[in-house]
Structures are given as C-alpha cells and as structure tokens.
Design a protein around this ligand. Structure first.
Ligand code: GCU
Length: 837
C-alpha cells in the first residue's frame, strides 16, 4: 500500500514538501507544450528602474514566475518599448511616455489596471504603480493556472479602502492569534528581521489589499515612542514596494499615558496640539501612512466619553491632525456598554445605532466609521448591522474577520465568504429602494467617495501564516471580495485551490466541496437559528458553553429557559431592535411569520416546541442540525483522504491532522449543545439519539486504578458529566473494562482532554497488546486557544481504525500525567463501520 502510494507520488513528479509560506503564490511547475511556449513572453519590460518601485517589483515577480512555472529565462529590460515577444508592465502614464499611444485603453480608477494578452506584446498597465503590480499578479495567476486565454480588459476596485487590521501586540503576542507570534513586534519593539513582513506584503499585494494596520485596536501607547516610530518607518519601507501602506491603531489616552499631559480630552487645546505634533513626527518617518484606526470608549478602552465629548469629537481630533498629511481615520463603531439581562428591553445589538445615528453628518470628511458585519461580534450568523442603513452623511466601511475567533480558531475548516455574502448581498431597502450592503459600503448607494472594507487578520510567524493551510482561502477571498464584492464565493475559492494545490480535477472538486460545506456544517454543530455561536464567551471563544452567554453584562444573551429561548427584539414586545432597520426589513423581522428560520431566535423568543417554517420544532431542529453538522464534518476527513498522493506530503499530513481533530471536536460540540438543551427543556429527541450512546463506555464506569472520577464543568462537555483524572501529578492511572460487543472490526475512539500545561501520555491495550498511544500536546500542533480545564475547549477525540475486537476482550487505558495535565479520559466508543457515536 505504502509502496504503491510512493510510486504514484514519484510518477506525478511532486515538488519537495511545501511549508505553505508562499501561500497561493507558489508558482509550481506546470508542463508546457510547444504551443504553450509560443505564448510565453521571453522579454520583460518594466517601465520603472527604481528597485523599490511596485513596477520594478512586478517585473521581477514576472521573471521569477516564468522561470518557476515554465522554466523560461526571461530577461528584464527597463524603460524601453521595442522588444517583441514581451510583457510590458508600468503605469498608463509611463507607457504613454515611453511607447506613445494608449488608444483603446479605457480610463482607469485609482489602483485599477488594464491587462491585454492579445498579440505578441502583453500589456499590464496600471492607473498607478500599485495597479500595475496588481495587473502583474493577475497575469501570473492566469499563468499559474495554465490559463492562456487571449484577454483584454480593465478592472477597477469597488472602493478605495481595502484594509487589513492586524491585532498584534507590542510584546509579540496577537489578540485572537492562532498562527504564532507577531511578525511585526517583539518585547515592546519592532523586530529587526522583517523578512516575513516582506513576504506578507507580497501576499497582500497579490490580492490587492492596499493598507495594513499593524497593531492591535486595543492599542498600546508605547507604539509612539521615537524608537518605535522609527520601527514603523522600517515596516512601511518594506511594504512600500508592494504598494501596501501602513496604518496604526491609536490609544486615545496616549497624550496622558505617554505624553505626560494631565488629560486626553479631545477638545483640550494642549491635547489637540499634542496629537498634531505627534502626527507630524510619524509622517516625517512614514510620509505615506494611510491613516489611524481608533477603538474608543469600547471594552474598557479610553475615549472621548470620559470627558463627555461625543464619539465624533473624538474621531475628528485625529482627523484634523492627519488631514494635512492626506491621511484618514477609521473609527470603529464597536461601542457598547455592559447591560442588565433582567431588563427585557436591554439589547447590546442596538448600541451602535444608538451611539452613531445621532452623529451622522458630524464626522469630518476624512473619517470613516468602520462597522462590523453584524451588530454583536463576528458570530456564526448574525443579521446585517442596521447601522449600514442609518448613516447617510458619513463615510463607512464594513469590518469582516478572517481571524476565525468564534468560528473554530483555524483548528476547524470554515470557509467564510458564504457567511460574509449573507451581509454584503443583503438588501436593506433604505427608502424602499435597492440598498445592498455592498453598494452602501463602497459608497455607491449614498454617493460617498470614501468607503470599502477592513478585515481582522491574524497572520503570525507560523509557516502556514494562519496556523492552517486551509484558512488561507479566507485571506485570499477577502482581498478578492474587497476588490469586487459581487464576485462569487465558490469561484474565488476555486482560483485559490488551483493556485495553492495545483490543477488536479479531483483536488479542485474535493476541496471545493469540503470548503463550501464547512460554514453550514460549523453552524449546524455550533449555534443554530440565529442563537449565536454558543461558544464560551467568558473564556477562550472556542469550544461549546451555551450557559456563558447569559447572566452576565456582555449582552450576548440567548434567554434560554426551561420552556423557551431566544431574544425578543421586536418593537411590539421586545427590545425594539427591529425598529432600527428601514421599514420593509423591520416589518419582515418584526413578524415571526416572515422571519427566516435561520434568524428566528435572534429576533423572537419562542417555546422549544415552536414550529419552524421547515415544519420541525425548534428543539428538534437543534438536535437534528447538530447530528447532521457533525456528520458533514466526518465527511471532510474522508474527502481529504481521497486526495492522498495528489497533495505534497507535508501539507497533506498537516491538513489531515486538523480535519481528523475537527471530526472529533464536532462530536464534542454536537453532544454538548444537545445535552445542554435536553437538560434544560427535558424534551426528548424524537430520533432517540440525544443522551443515548449504545457504543460508548464511560471512563468512570471502568475499573480504575490510580485514576479517580472528576465532575466536568460545564457539565455538558463531559459525557455523563464525569471524566477520570489521575490521583496525582505523578501517579500513573489505569482504567480497565471488558468489551461486550459482538466480535468484529471496529474503530476505537477515545475522548480525552488535552490541557495546556502538560503533555500526558496515554496508551491503550487490548488483552495486554498495545493498540495505540498518543500524547496530549495539541497546544503545539493545533491553532486554537488552549484551556487549562477539562471543558469543551480541551475535549478531544482520537481514533484508532480497524481494530479487531472479540467479545469479552479486556481493554485497558494507561494514562501517565505530565505537568498540570492529569491524563484525563472521558469515554471510549467502539464503533462499527459507518457509526458515529
Ligand atoms: C471582541 C474580541 C476582542 C476584540 C474586540 C474588538 O470583543 O473578542 O478581542 O478586541 O472584539 O473588536 O475590538
């Protein structure tokens, strides 16, 4: 078996294992016939000879790609026009000066480009140098997919703002970071070696991102020390040749905390002067900085309200300081207060409109209000933020999250664009006219010239950038959608797959299928019907913990009780949130009949027995969705395994490991949510699955030696709520049982807890013959935030396949604790083929 696979591997001529560092810019070798060769340029003409210019970079990139993909040794000529069989790259203006006429090339917008592969001279011409580089990447993306179509077209961005927001901290950690440490910061300063920054610049430019905010929105004032400003200058110098500008997040209180003033009131003349001077200093070192990003009066961050000033007064403080330099201020609409759940009308979802609507028209023209797609915070499904339909005289941008904070933290495959599309394509019907969110944020609907999008991105030092190869589809797709939000999520995905994994049809179909199923699957096994993700909002935001949503001030309430569940956000009887939408949308959501099932519990409080449009009751939908979602996730692993031999070894194994983990964790989710709501409602699953596990043996029911029982919290994250842990940190535990299943071949699944703070070792024996062993070291191999408890974050399943079992066999688990990890075990499942339990 092994040998056959190896042979196939060699015959296909795979390149050496790949780390993922080049992302979708691998330029993997492709075969090329004589016909193909005749279409490849042998000369490259770059119309700018300055090495740090995007046009020069474009020329070099084309040279590398031609060489790597097609083994063509093209030479680069500078600033001339007359070479045949050539590709010429530059701005329209450079072309006009060097080559003369640009007849037939349409007028371009800022950053737009013209690409023509017709004839023997390929033209890649940008409105500016950035656009020329984008055009070069577009051309190379065609070549890298073996696409030799004769094309001649221009393309322009949907909006000028195509930003990413890194949430990197000065100490080198990343807020909600799952792909390693910061590539920008370490120990309070900017790192010396910016190699990774250059590689990131290349990836961003290739998907037409034009600005990167390098530090966390929860900003540290020490970013603005003279030494760090110089460091920012070094970062900007690295991004500049790729046409990417930098932006920085500011801490509102900096004049006081760093500047030594006794206040940071935005209307205080000394404070105004301080920011103006500081801004001048930054621009001296970074003359083309794009702007500031500000999180103020939010989640404990300081802001203007401390001085009874409005958020607009706060934003305008920075806007005026930065205006002389041509910069802008992205001011976040993520402002809300803690609330009391005993007040039926209290609703965090209303906060943004309440704060910002009265300020419409009060922001300076270089302020852009940055609005998260939904009114809470990047949940698995949320309705479109109503703020998009309440600001008409204010520039706005949408905020998306490539970072999978509430969506599996890059340990689960979740392709996000279908989720983003539910918002971008949503029609808010302002004034009863078509008002698609994508047209509002790009400025078209209300005639704003400044607008666009920002995405929170958590690339880190990990070679995969995001901690997982498959998560890179989200970064790629974000750039593509920022450029053209009408683009198709699946089409973008397929471009990414071909660039990342090659042109094999089975690879394309399989990864497409898995990815397109991944958000529906994740929604099914996490939070359904608009109830939110149901993850632990008080700890890691990763595994299940529905109770954490309620009985606290965070306002992510589900109001789940023994009989009923959901937030009543109607005007008639609830929080009145629906009234923040334009009339047509408000009445749709106000009425339970016209509210779609997938947002029912976002808008209405109903009994568990309430019947959905689908005909199912709410509770039965929960049960069924959790079973079908987990089932879909099991399929991801099988689908991936069908690609063995078609993907290089390193990436194949890396992804297989994650998908294997996801299959297990989707079962953790399924059972936790189902048990939680069964326990609350006491309504049985009509299919008899919930709480009924015929193929399981609970660890606490085994014969224990050196192990003791342990009550898991939250209760629903342990099967039967109880697990076993070793008696002490240095006691080896054994758990033994006699298997009473019919003799046959089974998969043996063991659910255990992999805690942070130790690497226990488990061994499993059948009649004293070892059938498997593993180590609890997920914190080094998976990307999500680890937990120090036995809970829904640490709950993990390992599977040994094809184990021959005879009735009456003795199964023994030997657990050796390590550090703070007491070799915990929850249960074993002895699974006949096709059974998931
Ligand atoms: C969430 C997230 C925080 C983040 C905040 C924001 O609350 O969990 O980590 O700082 O959103 O977007 O500002």
């Amino acid at each position: 078996m092994q040998a056959t696979w190896l042979l196939a591997y060699l015959t296909l001529g795979f390149a050496a294992a790949e780390t993922g560092l080049d992302g979708w810019l691998r330029y993997a070798t492709l075969p090329c016939s004589t016909q193909c060769r005749s279409q490849l340029p042998v000369n490259i003409i770059a119309l700018n000879s300055t090495e740090a210019s995007p046009v020069y970079v474009a020329g070099s990139e084309i040279q590398i790609a031609l060489n790597n993909i097609y083994n063509v040794n093209a030479s680069i000529a500078l600033n001339q026009c007359n070479s045949s069989s050539s590709v010429i790259v530059g701005t329209i203006e450079q072309y006009r000066q060097t080559c003369g006429s640009t007849v037939g090339i349409p007028e371009l917008d800022e950053d737009g480009f013209w690409l023509s592969t017709r004839g023997s001279k390929i033209q890649i011409l940008g409105q500016n140098e950035r656009g020329a580089l984008y055009g070069a990447f577009e051309y190379l993306s065609m070549l890298a997919r073996g696409n030799f179509s004769q094309v001649a077209y221009s393309t322009n961005p949907s909006a000028p703002l195509r930003w990413v927001n890194q949430w990197d901290n000065m100490d080198g950690s990343i807020e909600r970071g799952y792909g390693g440490e910061s590539i920008f910061f370490k120990n309070g300063a900017i790192v010396d070696d910016l190699t990774r920054v250059r590689q990131y610049a290349r990836l961003l430019a290739s998907v037409r991102i034009n600005t990167v905010v390098v530090n966390n929105v929860n900003a540290n004032a020490t970013l603005l020390t003279p030494q760090n400003i110089d460091g920012l200058g070094r970062i900007a110098d690295v991004f500049r040749p790729y046409g990417v500008k930098i932006g920085i997040s500011l801490n509102f209180a900096t004049p006081e905390t760093l500047g030594g003033l006794d206040a940071y009131d935005p209307l205080n003349a000394t404070v105004v002067k301080w920011w103006s001077n500081m801004t001048d200093q930054i621009y001296q070192r970074v003359p083309d900085m794009a702007g500031y990003l500000v999180k103020a009066d939010s989640e404990g961050e300081p802001g203007p309200q401390v001085y009874n000033r409005t958020l607009a007064e706060g934003a305008n403080l920075f806007a005026r300081a930065i205006k002389p330099h041509g910069g802008i201020v992205m001011f976040r609409a993520f402002v809300y207060n803690q609330l009391n759940e005993s007040n039926w009308e209290a609703d965090r979802a209303k906060a943004a409109v309440n704060f910002f609507k009265p300020l419409d028209g009060k922001f300076d023209d270089n302020v852009v209000v940055q609005i998260k797609y939904g009114p809470i915070h990047f949940q698995v499904r949320e309705p479109t933020s109503p703020l998009f339909a309440n600001l008409f005289k204010t520039n706005i941008a949408i905020e998306l999250e490539v970072t999978q904070e509430y969506l599996g933290q890059q340990s689960h495959l979740v392709y996000l664009p279908p989720l983003w599309k539910t918002v971008l394509d949503f029609d808010l019907r302002v004034d009863h006219k078509p008002s698609l969110v994508r047209d509002i944020v790009t400025g078209k609907r209300f005639n704003r010239t400044l607008g666009g999008s920002a995405a929170v991105v958590n690339v880190g030092t990990n070679n995969t950038w995001l901690g997982s190869h498959l998560s890179m589809s989200n970064l790629y797709a974000y750039g593509r959608l920022a450029w053209d939000p009408t683009a198709d999520a699946q089409g973008i995905l397929q471009d990414w797959i071909q660039l990342t994994f090659g042109l094999d049809r089975a690879v394309l179909d399989t990864i497409t299928n898995m990815s397109m199923q991944s958000w529906p699957a994740y929604e099914s096994y996490s939070g359904n019907l608009g109830i939110q993700t149901l993850t632990d909002i008080l700890y890691t935001h990763y595994g299940p913990n529905p109770a954490s949503q309620d009985n606290n001030g965070w306002g992510q309430w589900t109001r789940a009780g023994p009989k009923s569940i959901g937030m009543d956000r109607t005007i008639q009887n609830g929080t009145g949130y629906t009234g923040q939408y334009p009339e047509e949308i408000a009445s749709k959501y106000e009425n339970i009949q016209s509210t779609p099932d997938d947002l029912l519990l976002w808008f209405h409080h109903v009994n568990y027995t309430h019947r959905l449009h689908s005909g199912k009751t709410v509770i039965q939908h929960f049960y069924d969705a959790h079973y079908s979602g987990a089932e879909l996730a099991q399929g991801f692993l099988d689908q991936w395994e069908s690609l063995r031999g078609k993907i290089d070894d390193e990436r194949y194994a890396h992804i297989r490991h994650r998908l294997d983990y996801q299959t297990g964790h989707s079962i953790v989710w399924r059972d936790a949510i189902n048990n939680f709501y069964y326990n609350l409602s006491r309504i049985s699953d009509t299919a008899g699955r919930v709480g009924h596990h015929p193929w399981r043996i609970e660890a606490e029911d085994m014969k224990l030696n050196g192990y003791d029982t342990y009550t898991v919290s939250p209760f629903e994250t342990g099967s039967g709520s109880v697990a076993i842990v070793t008696l002490s940190n240095d006691t080896v535990g054994t758990a033994t049982t006699t298997l009473d299943f019919p003799s046959g071949t089974y998969d043996l699944a063991i659910n255990y807890y992999d805690l942070y703070g130790g690497q226990s070792n488990w061994q499993v024996y059948l009649n004293d013959k070892k059938v498997g062993q593993w180590v609890g070291d997920a914190e080094h191999h998976l990307s999500h935030t680890p937990s120090i408890y036995l809970d829904g974050h640490s709950a993990t399943r390992i599977k040994f396949r094809g184990v021959k079992i005879s009735k009456g066999d003795t199964l023994k688990i030997v657990g050796t604790p390590d550090g703070d990890e007491p070799a915990p075990v929850d249960y074993i499942s002895v699974l006949p083929e096709g059974v998931v339990d």
